[in-house]
Ligand binder design. Structure first.
Ligand code: UD1
Ligand code: MG
Length: 418
């Protein structure tokens, strides 16, 4: 969209989060909320995208994607002031400026496209994305005159009792004609209880000067949930989780109980894999086809399960790969491990990957059989088709040769007739 520029407001600390972490870096399903907004913007292909950062901007800037210009708001004194900081970047720009909030990560691309389309068709000065909420608490309310035309926005803190009853709210997402935006920003004063420069005041100021104010009402109110508190964060997280789980099911995996499947935004899961209840799948986990996962399991970052793998209850897997047809069906820990094909890992087995200062790798080659309750102290290699007896402790660097069977504490080779 050549005639469109986007400004993302993300300078606030997020006082109501009661956190040292900038609000926009709080995560939904394993990802800072700002990331979802940046994705949306990338899909819009705007001529220019500017992110306004402030509180701990060095930390937030690390999450900004290439192609997005960062500007700093030195003092966080309101959304209008924040937008002002982006204006020097729009010097020769003519067209539509879309304002997005970094704390509204559930917004969908289709909605924002519709907003822009409506704004352009109507040749409006401002087009607001609004929503009708049963419980509008905390949001700015849309004021309309006797002809039902929008005349302004009043923040909850400044609203009287009648205004508080209004159910139509400002989502914060707006499109401006750039000239109207510049005009309005010159006029905005901190005439409110918080003594802040409110972008929302642009609406009544432009209206008074004969401007055309339009609006689009969002159909799914979940999309415009603004996150200001931990409670809203948890609500948004649940909605995002539902979206992720639905996408995974659409792509061909079964989730027995989506309400207890906590799956990261970037997990990849192959077809005909079944996710059993109470499963946590963290960032950068890749699961092949026809796997069985859970119930009661935690797959931590960097886990790779190849096709037809079974991992069962009370198991933790971290930074490890399990080759095709391998299984670890009952409680245990697998960390920093490279496990080949068709390996069986018995109940209660543990890879001891951490010696207090360093993490080391365990390799288990194809067709090996790890007896119940085996401890493999890394670094160690278990050869192809090798076996460990129940309760063995295989000590550091005492690699097990292909086909060999070991048992005991510390584990020693058994003389077996083959
Ligand atoms: C804002 C709107 C409110 C709307 C609600 C929707 C204003 C004045 N109010 O309220 O009408 O219903 O969003 O969620 O706009 N920010 C800056 N610099 C600042 C202040 C804020 O960049 O000086 C950023 C914040 O980081 C945040 C966004 O702007 O991403 C909105 O600020 P926030 O304080 O969350 O406003 P709300 O009280 O939610
Ligand atoms: Mg907010």
């Amino acid at each position: 969209m050549k005639n469109t520029a986007v400004i993302i407001l993300a300078a606030g600390k997020g006082e109501r989060m009661k956190s040292e972490l900038p609000k926009v870096l709080h995560s939904l399903c394993g990802r800072p909320m700002l990331g979802f907004v940046l994705d949306l913007v990338r899909d819009l292909k705007a001529a220019k995208t500017i992110a306004v950062l402030g509180y701990r901007h060095e930390d937030v800037a690390k999450h900004i994607t290439p192609g997005v210009k960062v500007v700093i708001q030195k003092r966080v004194i309101g959304t209008a002031d924040a937008v002002k900081q982006a204006l020097p970047q729009l010097k020769n720009f003519r067209g539509t400026v879309v304002v997005l909030y970094g704390d509204t990560p559930l917004l969908k691309k289709e909605t924002i496209k519709e907003l822009i389309a409506r704004h352009t068709q109507n040749n409006a000065d401002v087009t607001l994305l609004t929503a009708s909420l049963e419980k509008p608490r905390g949001y700015g309310r849309i004021l309309r005159d006797q002809y039902c035309c929008i005349s302004g926005i009043v923040e909850e803190k400044d609203a009287d009792d009648f205004q508080k009853d209004i159910k139509e709210i400002n989502t914060g997402i707006m499109c401006f004609d750039v000239k109207s935006l510049i005009k309005a920003l010159r006029l905005i004063r901190p005439n409110n209880r918080k003594r802040e420069y409110y972008l929302t005041d642009a609406v009544s100021l432009l209206r008074k000067r004969g401007g055309l104010i339009e609006s689009v009402e969002v159909s799914d109110v979940n999309e415009v949930l603004g996150i200001n508190s931990r409670l809203e964060l948890s609500k948004a997280n649940a909605i995002m989780q539902q979206r992720i789980n639905e996408r995974i099911m659409v792509d061909g995996a079964t989730i027995i109980d989506p309400a207890s499947a906590f799956i990261s935004f970037n997990a990849r899961i192959g077809r005909d894999t079944v996710i059993y209840p109470f499963t946590v799948i963290e960032n950068n986990v890749k699961i092949g086809a026809r796997c069985k996962v859970g119930p009661f399991i935690r797959l931590r970052p960097g886990t790779r399960l190849k096709d037809d793998v079974s991992v069962g209850n009370f198991l933790e897997v971290s930074r490890s790969e399990l080759g095709p047809r391998s299984q670890a069906k009952h409680f245990g820990y697998i960390g920093d491990s490279r496990i080949g094909r068709a390996v069986n890992i018995g109940a209660g087995s543990v890879t001891a990957n951490y010696d207090g200062s360093r993490k080391s790798v365990t390799r288990i080659r194809d067709n090996a059989f790890i007896g119940c309750d085996t401890v493999l102290v890394a670094p160690v290699v278990v050869g192809r088709g090798a076996r460990t007896g129940a309760g063995s402790v295989v000590t550091k660097n005492r690699n097990i040769a292909d086909g060999q069977t070991v048992a005991g504490v510390p584990a020693r080779p058994l003389k077996t007739r083959r």
